[in-house]
Design a protein around this ligand. Structure first.
Ligand code: HGY
Ligand code: MN
Ligand code: MN
Length: 371
């Protein structure tokens, strides 16, 4: 960032920010960025590609200034792996990094507040991380993380909406006991009950078009070969582009858990960690992105993102839109995640067209004058 003459700083929520001024010192700013964190054993592109692509655009401007400044953002935490609640960095930007979230703890009992302090930052300054009023919009480049663009044989797509997502924790409780002396009909096996429910989750999701439901993590107490499990903790991730369908599916899966535990003399509790509504991207930005994609010689394609992104949080405050790059093999959240260099070139070309279009766009001009 500094090599590009960008003023680089880290905000109170750990977001990395770099401001590239426009022609006027007080010119409003366009935000371009993504997240810097990953899931465990991740690929090398989810998130960080969007930050590096933003820097590549600044490099390609070669010192040229636009009618607006550009703020590059590297969000500190988006995946929700450590604290179970995602989008911590972008929530700070929109003023939603609240006390409840700051008190959330990781598996070692360290709170978000403590983690921010341990990183050398002051949580009391988090309100200063909130978006400036002169922000014109937010653009996020991101890998598609799925098979659509590969099957269309297209490098780029404009994201028109981001599916909503629910994340919950379920705790199945039974009675720990000896694996050798307890007859099958006298058991209260929490893990067997959880396993039956996991199959029910998969079967239920297969029956609803466009619904995905995943049990991605399971923990067993105490977890010994010769002990019937007294407790099983599971996560549930449910997504759909329609909030009604998603929320109905969550209720249905909670009902299935209750039915299974009643039959097996177990108990179950569920905690909602995230209820994130589906978000439409800004139609003006989506159109401009499509035009920019066409100028690169690629066919335009609009799609809904099944993955969640910081853009869905930033969109609460300012117009936001995303540009997807093809994911070869459709793989993500795995070291096999990859990109094609030619697609990255197309993305940079598309980004430069987009910047020039926005600088010349009457609608954007209005937003610049209003800012
Ligand atoms: O899980 C997701 O939707 C994204 O990878 N954060
Ligand atoms: Mn991810
Ligand atoms: Mn991501």
């Amino acid at each position: 960032m500094e090599l590009l003459g960008v003023h680089a700083r880290v905000d109170a929520a750990g977001n990395l920010c770099g401001f590239y001024p426009g022609t006027e010192r007080k010119a409003p700013r366009l935000l371009i960025g993504s997240h810097l964190d990953t899931v465990p054993n991740a690929g090398a592109y989810d998130g960080v590609l969007g930050v590096v692509l933003a820097l590549a655009l600044l490099e390609e401007l070669r010192g040229r200034r636009l009618a607006f400044g550009i703020e590059v953002l590297g969000f500190s935490e988006e995946e929700g792996v450590r604290f179970g609640i995602p989008f911590i960095g972008s929530r700070a930007l929109v003023g939603r990094l609240d006390r409840e979230l700051l008190d959330a703890q990781d598996a070692q009992g360290i709170s978000v507040r403590k983690a921010i302090q341990n990183f050398g930052l002051n949580p009391e300054e988090i309100p200063q991380a909130e978006l400036e009023s002169d922000a014109l919009g937010y653009i996020e480049f991101h890998i598609e993380q799925g098979p659509v663009l590969e099957n269309l044989n297209q490098p780029l797509a404009a994201v028109e909406a981001i599916a909503g997502q629910s994340r919950l924790e379920f705790i199945f409780c039974g009675r720990a006991n000896h694996a050798g002396t307890t007859p099958m009909h006298l058991r209260r096996d929490a893990l067997a009950g959880a396993a039956e429910w996991i199959s029910a989750v998969e079967q239920a999701a297969r029956g609803v078009h466009g619904l995905v439901a995943t049990v991605g993590k399971i923990g067993v107490k105490l977890g010994a070969t010769n002990v019937i499990a007294g407790e099983a903790r599971l996560t549930l991730d449910v997504r759909h582009r329609s909030d009604d369908i998603r929320l109905r599916a969550v209720e249905d899966l909670i009902g299935k858990a209750r039915e299974i535990v009643a039959r097996r003399r177990l108990s179950v509790t569920e905690t909602t960690l995230l209820d994130q509504r589906a978000v439409a991207m800004d139609s003006v930005l989506v159109e401009e992105i499509e035009r920019a994609i066409c100028k690169t010689g690629c066919k335009p394609h609009r799609m809904t993102s099944g993955a969640g992104h910081d853009a869905m949080i930033v969109a609460e405050k300012i117009p936001a839109a995303m540009i997807f790059l093809r994911s070869p093999g459709g793989i993500s959240h795995d070291p096999a995640e990859s990109i094609a260099v030619e697609d990255v070139e197309k993305a940079i070309e598309c980004g430069l067209h987009l910047l020039d279009q926005l600088a010349a766009s009457p609608e954007f001009q209005k937003r610049i004058n209003r800012a």
